[in-house]
Write a protein that binds this ligand. Structure first.
Ligand SMILES: Nc1ncnc2c1ncn2[C@@H]1O[C@H](COP(=O)(O)OP(=O)(O)OP(=O)(O)O)[C@@H](O)[C@H]1O
Ligand SMILES: N[C@@H](CCO)C(=O)O
Length: 292
């Protein structure tokens, strides 16, 4: 049996629209069992997700290796669908990694990243899902340039996951067609300074920049009114560092352990519909384990 494990991811980290992301310790696991006449995908993810060759993971794998021999697969995932925690990127990478293994394609991690980014359109979820940790990445249409971002060790990620889904396509439809030059220069400067501050272990500077996005959050505000609500709640506790995770609706606050615990308690008491949890950074990324 081959087991492929892929972490959840949170893209943007505020100002890093389509270019920054982190991997989190919540996982999708794909088990590849015996060969079968037709593809069989066992999962408990609901009736909307198919059990045959049309399953997203199999369809993605067959894009890379069309003649792949069918197998029985078992998919287990703690990553909620369409919530801004990169469920589609994790599933997509699991499919590509499966094709690479079963068809012995010998693709490198960078090859997989390029292929995955072409399918996703942007690298901010697939890069951290593949490599783990924080990643900054840029796709020029051919090549993905990427580099790690350092996150200070004591940081926690307080995560509010609403009950309702928000498809990435819907949240992208809300984006502005254009940004003026001055705003764009500021938006770029904020992202650059955030990365520099994190890499310098300066979370005091970084936390303000996490909340200073000018690319996407205000355009999406009407779809995620709880973002402003959670920011206010956190500010009342003296905690800064809240952003919209990916395309939403999940909201994450980055905070040192003690503050994170305080915020988690307050969030639970606020009774927002959904789940609140504290997540840690995954530093490993996609792993493949083989057993006889
Ligand atoms: N494990 C999976 N198995 C099958 N289909 C999946 C799986 N994970 C995601 N999908 C498909 O991807 C869709 C969600 O993708 P979408 O890009 O909208 O959200 P997301 O990846 O969870 O969020 P974001 O990209 O904002 O972080 C699901 O509705 C489903 O069709
Ligand atoms: N950067 C993407 C992440 C979701 O795929 C967005 O915010 O739309």
């Amino acid at each position: 049996m081959i087991t492929i494990k892929v972490p959840a991811t949170s893209a943007n980290i505020g100002p890093g629209f389509d270019s920054l992301g982190i991997a989190l310790q919540t996982y999708l696991t794909l088990e590849i069992h015996e060969e079968t006449a037709e593809w069989v995908v066992e999962h408990t993810m609901g009736v909307a997700i198919p059990h045959d060759a049309t399953h997203f993971i199999v369809a993605t794998a067959r894009q890379l290796a069309p003649d792949l021999t069918p197998h029985r697969l078992v998919v287990k995932s703690d990553i909620p669908l369409a919530r801004g925690l990169g469920s589609s990127s994790s599933a997509l990478l699991a499919g590509l990694a499966m094709a690479n293994e079963l068809a012995n394609l010998q693709l490198t991690a960078d090859d997989l990243l390029t292929y995955a980014t072409k399918l996703e359109g942007h690298p901010d979820n697939v890069a951290p899902a593949l490599f783990g940790g924080g990643v900054a990445a840029y796709f020029d249409g051919q090549h993905v340039y990427h580099a790690p971002i350092h996150f200070p060790d004591n940081l926690q990620f307080v995560t509010y996951i609403p009950d309702t889904q928000l498809l990435t396509a819907a949240a992208r439809a809300a984006l502005p067609a254009q940004l003026d030059f001055k705003t764009t220069v500021a938006a770029g400067a904020i992202g650059n300074t955030l990365i520099a501050a994190l890499n310098a272990n300066d979370f005091e500077t970084a936390k303000h920049l996490i909340e200073a996005d000018k690319f996407h959050e205000s355009a999406r505000q009407h779809l995620v009114p709880h973002l402003a609500q959670i920011r206010t709640l956190a500010h009342d506790l003296g905690i800064v560092g809240t952003y919209l995770s990916g395309a939403g609706p999940t909201v994450i606050t980055v905070a040192p352990a003690q503050a994170a615990q305080k915020l988690l308690t307050a969030l639970k008491a606020a009774g927002l519909p959904g789940t609140c949890q504290q997540l840690q950074l995954d530093t490993t990324g996609l792993t493949i384990q083989k057993e006889d």
